[in-house]
Write a protein that binds this ligand. Structure first.
Ligand SMILES: Cc1cc2nc3c(=O)[nH]c(=O)nc-3n(C[C@H](O)[C@H](O)[C@H](O)COP(=O)(O)OP(=O)(O)OC[C@H]3O[C@@H](n4cnc5c(N)ncnc54)[C@H](O)[C@@H]3O)c2cc1C
Length: 529
């Protein structure tokens, strides 16, 4: 069947999509589509945990303040207040679902503290919090009678009144669902719905080095942008200082806990270099360490730096970091107790995205967005650690509540045309796709990375324009496939990041311009495209 209708369509199966689906499923039918397996998400990789004011020694005001300090003046006050105040209710819900957050011997939550938090407030399940949440949510959605799951289904485009123009005269931009590629059958199907949620996660695959899985190609942001939806603050990209440097292999995060435990950072000559950059040395905040590694590598022409734990007691290293030890051994045959780990900063999180209000509504009628794909305003110019799982939970909940309240079946008679691929062929130019993708990622890494300048950004924009035209031309001639669609989305996201970065002639939070090294309050506002 090529046309599938439900009350609610959910695009993406991370924490935002699944938690939304469970709620609206109490009131209507739900289709969840996801472009790979259900658990192929950023959510499943989250290690640290979820921030929430739970302890009697903590308070809402401190969490709000910490979030604003990290966000460098750009956090939306109302959104931060909502997120922080709703946190404990959402955590209770996860507990009811069955997420086994760690507790101490006394039965209290085992709360951790992370960079930028003034209190112990991070709930976690060992160092696999995201995996645990993902598994619990998957079990719940599989059991729900109102939910149908479609894996290997990739949303191609949102269906808007633009597509059904002959049937509906409307002054609004309305979403009726999405055209979706069924990868197994290699055909595009119509998933129509009264309400659609974009929960497609992040876009960090736009960079050469990233901690994100393959699926993080910014599809939600790109589809929304093409549908004329407002996008905000795409210049704020968070880089994690230490990902394992192993080009071509699956990304792996080397936790900040290693530096907290006493690991040193060294350059290719074996010198500790952090003292040149910050007096807190290896324990400086995440963005400062990332900038320092980037500067050291660029000035020395080296591809990576090294994390050294060889001076620490081997048994302690192995007992604290068993997962890191295994990955380094399996991927690079490195024994972390006697050898240094090659590391590189890597794109980790996109603070900007599809603009939403406090109820997850976008500027397109009947389209909601939640999770990393959305811009709610809580992160401002820099995300506070462990606030992203929380943001996804809180705003997916509010979006669900709003979607349930709204009247349904308003546009039942809209005729949506089939996907038209009559004039296209299977070009099979996989080499072009592969080369364009790596060229795009390299341009983004070299010119739009941790430290930027007007000259570099303009150079990137010029190269991007050529790539963009080439990709669009190829797209118009070719039967759609996943690689091509991802490349097209990556090029849209890259363009949005560069355009947004060029509009901000200052350095604030994660956006660092070498030609404008200071904050300038002329830019104390969101960058909206
Ligand atoms: C290594 C790592 C560690 C992290 N640690 C933490 C942490 O400790 N605490 C914290 O708060 N945050 C952490 N984060 C960030 C956090 O995990 C993510 O921001 C969050 O999980 C995003 O959830 P989401 O539901 O928005 O998206 P995701 O979990 O990424 O899910 C997106 C879904 O959309 C699907 N999708 C994408 N495009 C399409 C399409 N076109 N069609 C159909 N489906 C599509 C994907 O396949 C996927 O199922 C970490 C991130 C990483 C990478």
């Amino acid at each position: 069947m090529n046309r599938i209708k439900s009350d609610y369509l959910v695009i993406g199966s991370g924490i935002a999509g699944l938690s939304f689906a469970l709620k609206v499923a109490e009131f209507g039918t739900v289709n969840i589509i996801t472009k790979s397996h259900l658990d192929d998400t950023n959510t499943a990789l989250a290690q640290g945990g979820v921030a929430a004011v739970i302890s009697a020694e903590d308070d809402i005001e401190s969490h709000v303040r910490d979030t604003h300090v990290a966000g460098a003046g750009l956090c939306h006050e109302d959104a931060v207040n909502v997120m922080v105040s709703d946190a404990s209710s959402r955590i209770r819900e996860l507990l009811d679902y069955g997420v086994p957050f760690d507790v101490t011997r006394n039965g209290d939550f085992d709360l951790a503290r992370e960079g930028g938090h003034s209190r112990f407030r991070i709930l976690h399940v060992a160092d696999e919090t995201g995996r645990s949440i993902q598994e619990v949510l998957i079990k719940k959605v599989r059991e729900h009678p109102n939910i149908c799951i479609y894996e290997d289904h990739m949303a191609v485009e949102l269906i808007s009144d633009h597509h059904v123009l002959n049937n509906l005269q409307s002054a609004f931009n309305i979403c009726f669902g999405a055209y979706v590629l069924d990868e197994i059958k290699a055909q595009v199907r119509i998933f129509s719905a009264d309400y659609t949620l974009l929960a497609c996660g992040g876009a960090s695959r736009v960079y050469l080095h990233t901690t994100n899985p393959d699926v993080a190609t910014g599809d939600g942001i790109a589809m929304a942008y093409r549908a004329g939806v407002r996008i905000a603050n795409m210049e704020f990209v968070q880089f994690h200082p230490t990902a394992l440097y192993n080009p071509g292999q699956e990304p792996f995060l080397i936790s900040e806990a290693c530096r907290g435990f006493g690991a040193y950072l060294r350059n290719g000559s074996g010198e500790r270099f952090m003292e040149k950059y910050d007096k807190r040395l290896e324990l400086a905040p995440r963005d400062i360490v990332a900038r320092a590694i980037d500067a050291e590598c660029k000035s020395r022409g080296e591809a990576c730096a090294y994390l050294d734990m060889t001076h620490l007691p081997p048994q302690d290293v192995l007992s604290h970091f068993p997962n890191i030890a295994t990955q380094c051994r399996d991927q690079l045959r490195i024994d972390i107790t006697s050898e240094q780990i090659p590391v590189v900063p890597a794109a980790h999180y996109i603070c900007g995205g599809i603009m939403t209000n406090l109820n997850g509504q976008t500027s397109m009628h009947n389209l909601f967005a939640a999770g990393e794909t959305a811009h709610t305003g809580v992160h401002g110019a820099n995300r506070l650690a462990s606030n992203s799982l929380l943001e996804a939970l809180v705003f997916a909940h509010r979006a669900a509540r709003r979607a349930i309240e709204k009247k349904r079946n308003i546009y039942t008679n809209v005729a949506i045309p089939d996907w038209d691929d009559t004039d296209v062929t299977n070009q099979q130019e996989w080499r072009l796709i592969r080369n364009n993708r790596s060229e795009l990622q390299t341009i983004m890494w070299d010119y739009v990375g941790i430290v930027r300048s007007g000259v570099h950004l303009n150079r990137a924009l010029r190269r991007m324009a050529t790539l963009y035209d080439e990709i669009e031309d190829y797209y118009k001639r070719t039967r759609v496939n996943k690689d091509l669609l991802e490349l097209r989305n990556l090029s849209a996201v890259a363009y949005l990041i560069v355009r947004s970065a060029l509009r901000r002639s200052e350095s604030r939070g994660l956006h660092n311009m070498s030609d404008y090294p200071e904050k300038d309050d002329k830019f104390l506002k969101d960058t909206i495209i």
